[in-house]
Design a protein around this ligand. Structure first.
Ligand SMILES: Nc1ncnc2c1ncn2[C@@H]1O[C@H](COP(=O)(O)OP(=O)(O)OP(=O)(O)O)[C@@H](O)[C@H]1O
Length: 374
């Protein structure tokens, strides 16, 4: 990249995994990220970001153009389509449940940034997803700036939750994929915004800077990573740290006067590319692990039960002998024992074998008031 500056700043070179030109199709972009998307079905956490200055094509990459055509479909739709296709192919070996959550992180007058209520919606087909995303797009905070007439003024995050059960071994895999269309980074002077819009732009830049700080800390392998400095980094903590697979699409505008912005975007991308996340891990819970966890939970409850019984016996003994006035319990032993119920529940749902052997524990008011042990 050649800038108008003289000397060592005149020419800069950056290296990335892949570069897409202005004529690259949406399908070509998706093919490159497809293996990553697929790994969510194998129990990995995946995070895909779109970063770049206002108007550089982030929403186009993630969702598509304003008027959607099949060729125009962005990576969000393609990713979910792909997941449904594989779900159908693995029908005989895996049972998958897929749900989608749409979140928007935007500037709010009270406490800076808000994440509106976001429910997980189960989805079973592409049309379910299209309906959901259309709704999300409609609700997204958008305004016209000098740099983009449909500028997104918030970070939008589509989170896909996948749970798959191996029909033979009972192993349960849980994967989650965040598809994040970040709000545009922009020089506030160039976007010509004022008042609330200016504040909003400053806020967006602040949360993008917080993302940059987290990435810098990860790159330097600092002991402390400042995830809590923004809602965005808090939300994505599980996908920015060690065990996830992360991909960032970085967008630069082709206009010559965007060069300053493009260089700072590329520097940001360079920093991101230097982060070593370490080996990604699957979220796998084997049938045996599940059984062991249930046994541990049962043993812990029995232990609690025995401790309570000892406490009650001590209290009863002490009050009988009048030896220790400070030992009191509001319940007698049988009452306390009545309050703890342990049930080994039968399968709750209609899916054969799904919850078989599952332990349900109900604890009602298992508490001892003002008890002091001698
Ligand atoms: N590869 C592309 N091919 C054709 N048109 C594109 C392409 N990328 C972006 N555009 C068009 O450029 C305009 C701006 O793109 P878009 O809204 O995706 O930018 P953005 O980076 O999301 O902006 P903001 O951060 O302000 O929301 C839109 O009209 C979009 O359709």
């Amino acid at each position: 990249m050649t800038s108008s500056k003289q000397g060592k700043d005149a020419r800069k070179s950056f290296t990335f995994n892949r570069v897409f030109g202005p004529l690259a199709t949406q399908a070509e972009v998706f093919v490159d990220m497809q293996p990553l998307v697929r790994s969510v079905l194998d129990g990995y956490n995946v995070c895909i970001f779109a970063y770049g200055q206002t108007g550089s094509g982030k929403t186009f990459t993630m969702s598509g153009p304003k008027i959607l055509t099949e060729e125009g479909l962005g990576v969000n739709y393609r990713a979910l389509n792909d997941l449904f296709d594989i779900q159908a192919q693995r029908r005989d070996t895996f049972c998958y449940e897929i749900s989608v959550q749409m979140m928007e992180i935007r500037n709010s007058s009270q406490n800076g940034i808000a994440v509106p209520d976001a429910n997980r919606v189960p989805v079973a087909s592409t049309s379910d997803v299209v309906d959901l995303m259309n709704l999300g797009q409609k609700n997204r905070a958008v305004c016209s700036t000098a740099m983009n007439d449909r500028s997104s003024r918030s970070h939008s995050c589509v989170t896909v939750h996948v749970q798959g059960r191996d029909l033979t071994s009972g192993t349960v895999l849980r994967g989650c994929m965040h598809l994040v269309d970040l709000a545009g980074s922009e020089r506030v002077d160039k976007s010509e915004v004022v008042g609330d819009r200016l504040k909003e732009a400053q806020h967006i830049n602040k949360s993008l800077a917080a993302l940059g700080d987290v990435i810098a800390s990860l790159a330097q392998k600092n002991a402390h990573v400042p995830y809590r400095n923004s809602k965005l980094t808090q939300l994505l903590q599980d996908s920015l740290g060690g065990q996830a697979k992360t991909l960032m699409f970085v967008h630069i505008a082709p206009e010559p006067d965007a060069i300053g912005e493009s260089i700072s975007t590329l520097k940001f991308a360079d920093r991101v590319a230097s982060v070593e996340l370490g080996a990604a891990k699957t979220n796998k819970e084997g049938g045996e692990v599940k059984e062991l966890k249930e046994q541990v939970a049962l043993k812990q409850l029995l232990l609690m039960f025995l401790l309570l019984q000892i406490a009650c016996l001590k209290a009863a003994l002490a009050s009988k002998d009048g030896e220790n006035e400070s030992i009191r319990s509001t319940h007698s032993s049988p009452d306390i024992l009545r309050d703890i119920r342990i049930s080994h529940a039968p399968p709750a749902s209609g899916h054969p074998g799904e919850e078989a052997g599952c332990l349900e524990v109900f604890i009602f008011q298992a508490e001892i008031h003002s008890t002091t042990f001698s």
